[in-house]
Design a protein. Structure first.
Length: 480
């Protein structure tokens, strides 16, 4: 990434000039929530409009949007090597995109107050454009999403970031979205439910439970905090007075340099990933929903016989400010909240993160790099989980003083019904040993950013946590 882009993003990350205060943004979100009518009800599958529940799958009559399919999985990874489950099949590549523009020399992001049917608190901050191909090609016969033309007609020189990134591998079958950030210079009409925010403000708002949605977090994760050689780090410290010196921040800054003293070389990491992909096997085949082993279908839900993991429900939805204001669809409803945690420590003065090679049934290429601990679909507080899963016991009992980040963050509300996970980043320089279990590896921030630029290496839970990283741990503005 060239110096111009680094400077552009870094000013937005560490600068204090903003069109709106963060306090105003929070009040604005509350106001957006107050004035939009939302009515969501669980209904029988028979009440779904334009959906067909055949013997094979639950799908839209148009053949578009998405379907709920049944799959059978065989693998040599983990304790359970064979199972069956429903999964979301949505092969379309959608847009997750931000329009950005400079105000007083500081880059601002056009953020949308978007209501998704599964959002816990209805309104969450989403990218400027958040749309599947079926949405923006108007299969629903509604209006086109706002600002779509800016992305469809974008010029190469306007694109700041452009990546294909995966969705939740345990719930989606090989799903990806285009994560894109573009920059404009012309005047832009701002619709009522959109607001300009800096990168600093977006990250600050991530510290509140369920305010910044999953799609915003995945796009923001692709923005490097800083990317340079070690020789430029001192210049960075003096150029950006918003940088706050601490053991964590100094280690993170060193971790941004591509020539820092890392535990593993880039070649070491490639060998690690290659070995993991060759060691673990994953075979996925489709199976009719009605014949899934250990799953029960009623007129209102599809659930596991042990009441574990998740269930499939049907929802009737009314939301005033959407392209279509009334529709119905199936949704994935969690049985319990999950836990995603990233452990990091300074090694030789460079911040390193413990990443795990994790197999999920919907992955494109067997494994992706996941957070140190990722527990989404089972009760992670059972004795067997606490004793058997690396680092889980430590995380559940960690001292609050080691928490860099600790909030509840929602899954994507368009497909998941009121699902949230506790998201944690833990900084510990003393208790965590250097030696790791076989499918775990130390990676610096710069190395993680390198792999983010390519498809299907970091899963969405890892990207969500990385998006929360910032050099500003103590914010100047007090938020009520």
């Amino acid at each position: 990434m060239n110096n111009y882009l680094i400077n552009l993003f870094t000013k937005s990350l560490l600068g204090n000039k903003a069109v709106h205060s963060t306090s105003y943004a929070l009040k604005w979100i509350k106001e957006q929530n107050r004035k939009v009518n939302v009515d969501i009800n669980e209904v029988p599958f028979s009440s779904l409009k334009d959906w067909d529940f055949s013997q094979n799958s639950l799908m839209h009559n148009s053949g578009k949007f998405f379907s709920i399919d049944g799959i059978r999985i065989s693998t040599n990874y983990g304790e359970i090597t064979d199972w069956e489950q429903p999964i979301i099949n949505q092969p379309e590549i959608g847009y997750l995109g931000f329009i950005t523009k400079e105000f007083d020399g500081v880059l601002h992001f056009l953020v949308q107050a978007k209501i998704e049917p599964g959002n816990i608190n209805f309104v969450q901050l989403s990218p400027t454009l958040q749309a599947t191909k079926s949405n923006y090609s108007k299969v629903h016969k509604g209006n086109a999403p706002a600002y779509l033309n800016y992305f469809q007609n974008v010029k190469k020189e306007q694109i700041l970031i452009d990546q294909l990134q995966s969705e939740q591998g345990a719930r989606f079958l090989k799903k990806r979205n285009r994560n894109i950030i573009i920059k404009i210079d012309e005047e832009l009409e701002i619709l009522d439910n959109f607001i300009w925010l800096t990168l600093s403000q977006i990250k600050e708002l991530m510290r509140f439970d369920n305010v910044v949605n999953m799609d915003t977090r995945t796009v923001v994760s692709g923005i490097p905090l800083f990317e340079s050689s070690k020789i430029n780090l001192d210049q960075f410290r003096h150029t950006f007075p918003g940088f706050s010196s601490s053991n964590f921040n100094e280690g993170l800054l060193e971790s941004c340099a591509y020539d820092s003293e890392n535990v593993n070389s880039l070649d070491d990491i490639i060998k690690f990933i290659t070995y993991q992909k060759c060691k673990w096997e994953l075979d996925v085949c489709k199976k009719p929903l009605h014949s899934l082993e250990n799953w029960i279908i009623t007129d209102r839900n599809i659930y596991h016989i042990d009441n574990k993991y998740f269930e499939i429900i049907a929802a009737d939805i009314v939301i005033d400010n959407r392209e279509v204001v009334n529709w119905s669809q199936p949704m994935v409803k969690p049985v319990q909240e999950g836990l995603c945690a990233l452990i990091c420590k300074n090694i030789n003065g460079v911040l390193h993160f413990i990443m795990q090679a994790k197999l999920e049934c919907g992955n494109f290429d067997i494994i992706e790099l996941a957070p140190t601990v990722q527990c989404l679909t089972d009760n992670y507080r059972t004795d067997s989980s606490i004793e058997g899963l690396p680092y889980l016991k430590y995380i559940l009992n960690t001292d609050k003083g080691k928490l860099i980040f600790d909030t509840f963050q929602s899954e994507e509300g368009g497909r998941f019904y009121k699902e949230q996970n506790r998201s944690m980043i833990i900084f510990d320089e003393d208790e965590i040993p250097i030696n790791l279990p076989e499918n775990y590896i130390w990676m610096s921030y710069n190395q993680l950013q390198m792999f983010l630029k390519h498809n299907n290496y970091l899963n969405i839970q890892a990207r969500s946590l990385l998006s929360a990283l910032s050099f500003k741990l103590a914010y100047e503005e007090t938020i009520e």
